[in-house]
Ligand binder design. Structure first.
Ligand code: TGC
Ligand code: FAD
Length: 405
């Protein structure tokens, strides 16, 4: 793929994103004016500044770093956290709507925002000291600092409690050793919220900064999914980290899992965005593409696909509207969030597969976003708890019996 300047990309692709949202059951009437205003402004930003360049960056397997400021200005970094730290001070429904609009364009870009807001800023806000909040949150909200979240290890993915990354006491500092794998934003992150065991074997969160000796972030290459998101490892070789960087407010696996509740919630909205884009693309294509002398949208088999897509999207929209209310009331349970993440991501992936078929050969090209969504969603159904892990979480909720062990 030949090099193209950002100016050329914008000049040749601006205005080509003709996405029209679908709201079959009038969910808009349940949203406040502020929620709709913010959602619409993110939608406009996506159309103007993100859509024209996303395919190019995904094909090159490169994160479009030029969008960081735009993401911050759109309020995508920590919208649900208090404004006194430079964050949005908004409700969880608005947070979800922002994630929906970002993932409508690309799951990788939503990933960058999810990690920053829910997995880096949220733990610093929730479990950090006041000094840590003031030191990091304003920079993270403005995009001056970017962060990543290190939980998964080469030998501990679904079972993060088995982690081996650890630190030992060294006076004013601790010495951190180990490695994290599959870490979104790692290659360019300025700070990493890392979960590691202390000498008592208890999991603690610790803020590691780029430049600390012995800390490196090699990039993971050859991904067929989330190509516009940078993924990497976090490697700690006797890294000396000040004790002041340990998050004082939590101990144990519930620390990272509490952050995952917020991020999984955002994903459940993001997935609807990806599904809406696939549905909208397939619907419009079906009206333009003619075979056997008429638009393929006139054939019953294609209508069945569209009708089922609309049904599943509508069910997910209603589910999420209610989940947003529960989040805002502080009543959403981890199992309720698991249900939404699991259902909505699977729904989006199935819609992407069906929509891809509706476009025939054109569906596999970068002329349309569907194949990119489909490949992205293979990661989304795996990270933040796999499809099967969320089923087991629900199974435990229903029966009270733990099927993990
Ligand atoms: P278990 O014994 O069940 O629980 C250990 C402690 O954690 C508490 N807990 C939770 N707390 C808050 N929220 C939740 N959702 C919680 N689930 C469990 C639990 O009460 C207990 O607390 P305490 O005080 O008794 O110690 O844990 P387990 O070892 O049996 O494991 C089960 C579990 C839940 C960890 C597993 O089911 C799981 O969720 N695995 C998935 C791992 C995962 O999601 N990793 C995600 C890595 S980050 C990522 O993918 C980011 S991608 C970002 C992007 O690019 O968008
Ligand atoms: P495994 O845990 O090895 O699972 C393999 C298979 O076994 C899965 O199908 C799983 O469902 C199944 N399985 C596991 N246990 C059970 C069981 N008890 N019963 C039945 N089936 C089971 N992690 C981070 O910490 N930070 C990040 O920023 C991050 N970003 C990511 C970005 C990408 C693109 C990807 C792909 C992953 C990312 N992850 C991140 C890691 C992600 O959370 C893990 O990949 C995920 O939790 C699954 O772990 P695993 O890949 O080790 O699979």
């Amino acid at each position: 793929m030949h090099e193209q300047s950002l100016e050329d990309l914008y000049a040749s692709n601006r205005g080509k994103d003709r996405y029209e949202p679908t709201d079959f059951y009038g969910i808009d009437e349940l949203l406040t004016d502020e929620q709709k205003l913010i959602r619409d402004s993110v939608r406009e930003w996506v159309k103007r500044d993100l859509s024209p360049i996303i395919e190019y960056y995904a094909q090159r397997s490169e994160f479009p770093s030029s969008i960081i400021k735009g993401l911050a200005d759109a309020g995508a970094f920590g919208p649900q956290l208090p404004s006194e730290y430079g964050c949005g001070g908004l409700d969880y429904t608005t947070y979800g709507l922002i994630m929906q609009e970002l993932e409508r364009c690309d799951s990788g870009v939503r990933s960058t925002a999810s990690v920053q807001g829910s997995l880096v800023m949220y733990p610093i806000y929730k479990f950090g000291s006041e000094e840590q909040r003031r030191k990091y949150l304003p920079g993270l909200a403005s995009g001056a600092l970017m962060g990543c979240f290190g939980l998964t290890e080469p030998d501990h993915g679904s079972n993060p409690g088995g982690m081996v990354t650890n630190y030992t006491d060294a006076g004013e500092d601790v010495i951190l050793n180990g490695a994290k794998m599959w870490i979104s934003n790692a290659p360019f992150a300025d700070v990493a919220v890392v979960w590691a065991k202390n000498e008592q074997g208890k999991i603690k969160g610790i803020i590691v900064e780029r430049g600390m000796e012995g800390f490196s972030t090699p990039e993971t290459h050859n991904k067929w999914s989330l190509r516009a998101s940078a993924t990497g490892e976090l490697v700690f070789n006797d890294v000396r980290v000040p004790k002041a960087n340990i998050l004082p407010g939590v101990e144990g696996l519930k620390g990272p899992l509490t952050c995952l509740n917020s991020a999984r919630y955002g994903i459940s909205w993001g997935a609807i965005g990806a599904a809406l884009d696939c549905y909208d693309t397939a619907r419009r294509y079906s009206l333009q593409r003619e075979q056997f002398g008429r638009p393929i949208g006139g054939f019953q088999l294609q209508q069945k696909k569209l009708a089922e897509m609309l049904t599943e999207i509508t069910k997910a929209q209603i589910l999420n509207w209610r989940l947003g209310q529960l989040m805002d009331q502080g009543r959403a349970t981890p199992a309720q969030i698991s249900l939404a993440k699991r259902n909505n991501v699977n729904m989006a992936l199935e819609i992407a597969r069906e929509a891809r078929q509706m476009l025939g050969g054109m569906g596999i090209t970068g002329e349309y976003p569907i194949m990119r969504h489909m490949m992205n969603l293979e990661s989304v159904i795996t990270y933040e708890g796999t499809h099967d892990i969320h089923l087991l979480i629900l199974g435990m909720e229903i029966t009270g019996l733990n099927a993990f062990v």
